[in-house]
Design a binder for this molecule. Structure first.
Ligand code: ADP
Length: 440
C-alpha cells in the first residue's frame, strides 16, 4: 500500500512538473510569435518612414528589425520542433515573411533613386496582402498553441484527479487498516490481560484452598480435642476410683487387675497428652505476618468471591480508610477470612433484590484497623446468634459450619476480635480487627 501510495504521489508530482513545463513552453512560443509580429511591423514602419522622409534613422530601424527576424523565426522553429502542425504553420509564415522582407528591401533600396518604382512595389504589396497573411499565420500558430495547452491541462486535470482519487482511497485504506491494526493489538492486549488475571485468580484459588483445608482440619481437630478431653478425663477418674477400690483386696488376681488398671490410666493420660499437643499445635496458628496493602487483599478476595456470583448482579461498594492503607497480617489468611465473610454474605443475599455488599475500614484503637463486611440479606438466624463462631454450626444443608470458626481462629491469631451484629435496615454486619502497619 505504501509502495502504491508513493507511486501515485510520484506520478502526481510528475504531472504537476509536466504541466508547468507545458505552460512555460506555450509562454515561450507566444512570446516569440509576438516578437516576430512586432519585428515585421517595425520593419514595415521603418520602410515607410524611410520612403517618405529619406531619414537614415528609419532605415536603421528597418535594418535592425530585418536582421532580427530570421533569428526569431529559427528560435520559434526550435521550440515548435515537436509539433508537425506548428512546423507546417511556421513554414508558411516563414515564406510570407521572406517574401515581405524581399519587397521591403527593394522599396528601401529604390527609395532614393527610383521613388516611383518604390511606390509601385508598395502598391503591389497592398494587393499581395503579405502582411495580413503573416499576421494570420502567426495568429493560427498562437491559437494552435493555446488549444494544445488547453487540451494538455484538461488531460492533466483528469489524470491528476485520478491520482488524487487513488491517493485518497489509499489514505482511507491506510487509516482503516491502521484502525483494524489498533483494534487487533488492543484485543490481543485485553486477551493477554484477561489471561494474566485468570492465571492470578487460579493461583489465588489454589493458595486459599490449601489454607482453607488446613484451617478446616485445624478447626475440626480443635473441636474433636475439646469433645474428647472430657470423656478421657472421666475414663481417668473411673480408673483411679477402680484402683482405689482394689487397693485393700486380697484376691489373687487383684495385683494383675491393678497393673492392668495402671496401664489403662497411663494410656488414657497419654491420649490426653496427644490431644493436648494437637490443640496446642492448632491454636499456635503459625501465621507469617507481613506489611500488606489492605485494598489489594480486599480486591483479591472480592475477585475470587464474585467469580462464584458471576450470574447474580451484586452492588459492591468499597470504602477503605485512606489514612490506614497498610496492615501487618498473614496475607493469605486474611484473604481467606474476607473470602469466607463475602461468600457467606453472597449466599445470604441469594434471594434478595437488589444485593448490596459493603466493605469498609476505619482506624480502630491500639494500632488496630477495623474491617466491616455488611450485606442486606435476611440477617443471622436468632437460634444461631450466640454460637455463631463455634465449629459445626450451620443452617445450610450443604454447609459444614467451620467457616466462621476458622475466621475467629485467624482473627485471634492476629491479636484481633470478630463479631456479628444486625445491620440497621436489615442484613448482617461482620466486624473484625487486625493490626495496622501504618504509624499512628
Ligand atoms: P457455613 O457457611 O458452612 O454454614 P459458616 O461458619 O461460614 O459455615 O457459617 C455458619 C452459619 O452462620 C451459616 O450457616 C449461616 O446460617 C450463618 N451466617 C453466616 N454469615 C451470615 C450472613 N452474612 N448472614 C446471615 N447468616 C449468616
Amino acid at each position: 500500500m505504501l509502495v502504491v501510495a508513493t507511486v501515485a504521489l510520484a506520478y502526481s508530482l510528475m504531472q504537476i512538473r509536466d504541466n508547468s513545463s507545458w505552460v512555460r513552453h506555450t509562454n515561450d512560443v507566444l512570446r516569440l510569435i509576438a516578437g516576430i509580429e512586432r519585428a515585421v511591423l517595425q520593419a514595415e514602419s521603418g520602410e515607410r518612414g524611410y520612403l517618405l522622409t529619406r531619414v537614415g534613422e528609419y532605415r536603421a530601424a528597418y535594418e535592425t528589425a530585418k536582421s532580427a527576424l530570421p533569428h526569431a523565426i529559427d528560435d520559434l522553429a526550435k521550440i515548435v520542433g515537436d509539433s508537425a502542425e506548428q512546423q507546417q504553420n511556421l513554414a508558411a509564415v516563414r515564406s510570407s515573411i521572406e517574401m515581405r522582407l524581399a519587397q521591403l528591401q527593394r522599396v528601401v533600396e529604390l527609395a532614393q533613386d527610383d521613388p516611383q518604382t518604390s511606390l509601385d512595389i508598395l502598391e503591389q504589396a497592398r494587393v499581395d496582402l503579405l502582411t495580413q497573411r503573416i499576421e494570420r499565420g502567426l495568429s493560427t500558430m498562437t491559437k494552435y498553441e493555446q488549444a494544445v495547452l488547453k487540451e494538455r491541462q484538461r488531460n492533466f486535470e483528469r489524470s491528476n484527479f485520478a491520482a488524487a482519487a487513488v491517493a485518497t482511497c489509499l489514505v482511507i485504506l491506510a487509516l482503516a487498516s491502521g484502525c483494524v491494526g489498533a483494534f487487533l493489538i488492543e484485543r490481543q492486549r485485553t486477551m493477554a490481560r484477561q489471561q494474566a488475571s485468570d492465571q492470578r485468580l487460579r493461583e489465588l484459588q489454589a493458595e486459599l484452598l490449601h489454607v482453607a483445608r488446613l484451617g478446616t482440619m485445624g478447626e475440626m481437630s480443635a473441636a474433636l480435642a475439646h469433645e474428647l478431653n472430657q470423656p478421657l478425663a472421666a475414663i481417668a477418674n473411673y480408673l483411679k476410683g477402680s484402683r482405689r477400690l482394689l487397693q485393700d483386696s486380697t484376691d489373687k488376681s487383684a495385683e494383675r487387675i491393678r497393673t492392668a488398671l495402671d496401664k489403662a490410666a497411663e494410656q488414657a493420660l497419654r491420649a490426653g497428652e496427644v490431644i493436648q499437643r494437637l490443640r496446642q499445635f492448632v491454636s499456635r496458628g503459625e501465621t507469617e505476618k507481613t506489611n500488606e496493602r489492605l485494598d489489594r487483599i480486599v480486591d483479591d478476595a472480592l475477585a475470587l468471591a464474585l467469580v462464584v456470583a458471576k450470574d447474580r448482579a451484586v452492588e459492591v461498594s468499597v470504602n477503605l480508610d485512606p489514612t490506614a492503607e497498610r496492615v501487618l497480617v498473614d496475607k493469605v489468611q486474611i484473604q481467606q477470612l474476607l473470602l469466607n465473610l463475602i461468600r457467606n454474605a453472597l449466599e445470604a443475599m441469594e434471594h434478595q433484590e437488589p444485593r448490596e455488599l459493603e466493605i469498609s475500614s476505619r482506624r480502630g484503637e491500639d494500632g488496630m484497623l477495623e474491617v466491616v463486611v455488611a450485606d442486606n440479606g435476611p440477617g443471622i438466624d436468632p437460634q444461631l446468634a450466640d454460637k455463631l463462631f463455634l465449629p459445626f454450626m450451620t443452617t445450610k444443608t450443604s454447609g459444614m459450619g467451620v467457616g466462621l470458626s476458622l475466621c475467629r481462629t485467624i482473627v485471634t491469631a492476629h491479636g484481633g476480635d470478630i463479631q456479628a451484629e444486625p445491620r440497621p435496615g436489615g442484613g448482617t454486619v461482620f466486624r473484625f480487627t487486625i493490626p495496622s502497619a501504618d504509624p499512628l
